[in-house]
Design a protein around this ligand. Structure first.
Ligand SMILES: Cc1cc2nc3c(=O)[nH]c(=O)nc-3n(C[C@H](O)[C@H](O)[C@H](O)COP(=O)(O)O)c2cc1C
Length: 387
């Protein structure tokens, strides 16, 4: 069996042949190079967060307040990082979190397709955003044998919501992630400084513009009158989803439903009572509400309240060690966000594959060296608060 940590052997072997890696080996360097590679407005949109970006910073810093307890003589020569999610066997415990403008992070503007291709290459599932440059059917066609999930932003129009769900089912998505924390946009000073927002220029709205229900709502087709189509899109925002909407959504589909943005145990319990299949603990990477509590701090209580439901988590995952810590704190699967956007910006599909392989290699080697051969071994005793 190949361990993910073997990626380092490949890199050293290339080095012996005089070919050190072109792509960065640290997150800091990845971020620095991505900043130069991306247009200023896209960089602001991806790298920026809400307010003074406190939440975004503490999301990352919080991982430094935990340490992994080393155990010895525990037969960790080979590791098993596979998980089961909604009855689907997955080779790794990570997934590609939904990123609305990922399309624009690729030089050719086809970043959604590149991400789907990276998912096919690595077995790491993509959660495809509602906000894509290419319609969900085109994205899903690139998944290969890797399952994909669709992330739903619920428009205020129920017929449109219903049709997006129907399309996700027909396109072969294996589950739907409903994002609850973005029914309007947070105060984002970097975007405000440039006064740019990609969707207002008609970007990332392909799922709407290709949808017959949306097209029936806009007076002229988007190809003829982009601004009017964008205004129609704006008119569908701004109404906060309710628990009744979740009950209605549940009645629409048999696909696994996951609620994204759940950080309070009471909300997790209610999600379970409403018939949801999973909880996704996230503060949107600090892009929406700048409340200042790291997502990982919420995770343990949410896991207890979820009472056996799978719990996904993201916000601030930058290293393989962060993945191991999130798993030890009870996550079922761990979402990678900005790091893969930066990999894409630097080197397309190869860049995403590199970022994912680095994260998995580091996680795998940490589990090997600290004596945790399988994810099931990463119980709460494997982790300790250090500050
Ligand atoms: C540029 C950008 C766009 C995003 N778009 C979406 C989106 O369309 N839907 C969604 O549910 N989350 C979206 N997110 C949030 C991510 O899914 C994830 O929660 C976040 O990136 C995690 O934080 P991190 O990247 O700092 O680790 C976006 C994040 C970024 C950085």
């Amino acid at each position: 069996m190949t361990n993910f940590g073997d990626y380092q052997n490949e890199i050293y072997a290339q080095g012996l042949a005089g070919r050190p890696p072109d792509l960065p080996m640290t997150y800091t360097e990845l971020e620095t190079q991505a900043r130069s590679a991306l247009p200023a407005d896209i960089w602001a949109y991806v790298a920026g967060g809400a307010g003074d970006e406190l939440t975004q910073r503490v999301n990352v810093a919080a991982f430094g307040t935990f340490g992994v307890v080393p155990r010895m003589l525990r037969s960790s020569a080979s590791r098993d990082l596979s998980i089961d999610l909604f009855g689907i066997a997955m080779p790794t415990p990570i997934f590609l979190a939904p990123i609305g403008v990922i399309g624009l992070c690729a030089r050719d503007g086809r970043g959604d397709i590149a991400t789907a291709q990276a998912a096919a290459r690595t077995g790491v599932p993509m959660v495809a955003s509602t906000l894509t440059e290419d319609p969900m059917e085109v994205v899903a066609a690139e998944f290969g044998a890797t399952p994909g999930l669709f992330q739903l932003y619920m428009p205020s129009n129920r017929d449109l919501t219903h049709n997006l769900v129907r399309r996700a089912e027909a396109a072969g998505f294996k589950g739907i992630v409903v994002t609850l924390d973005t029914w309007l946009y947070g105060w984002r000073p970097r975007d405000l400084t440039l006064a740019t927002f990609p969707q207002l220029r008609g970007h990332c709205l392909a799922n709407y513009f290709s949808d017959p229900v949306f097209r029936s709502l806009t007076p002229t087709p988007p190809e003829q009158d982009l601004q009017t189509a964008v205004m129609t899109w704006i008119s569908l925002l701004g109404s906060p989803p309710t628990w009744d909407d979740m009950i209605w959504l549940r009645s629409l589909t048999d696909l696994p439903l996951v609620l994204k943005g759940i950080c309070h145990p009471d909300d997790a319990r209610r999600a379970k009572d409403t018939g949801m299949d999973g909880i996704y603990c996230s503060n949107h990477g600090g892009r929406q509400a700048n409340g200042g509590i790291p997502a990982i701090e919420h995770l343990p209580d949410v896991v207890v309240a979820a009472d056996g439901l799978p719990v996904l988590v993201d916000s601030g995952i930058r290293t393989g060690a962060d993945i191991v810590k999130a798993l030890a704190l009870g996550a079922t699967a761990v979402g990678i966000g900005r790091p893969y956007a930066y990999g894409l910006a630097l080197a397309g599909v190869e860049g995403i594959v590199h970022v994912l392989r680095c994260l998995l290699a580091e996680a795998d080697l940490l589990m090997a060296l600290d004596g945790y051969p399988a994810i099931a071994d990463l119980s709460p005793e494997a982790i300790r608060r250090i500050t």
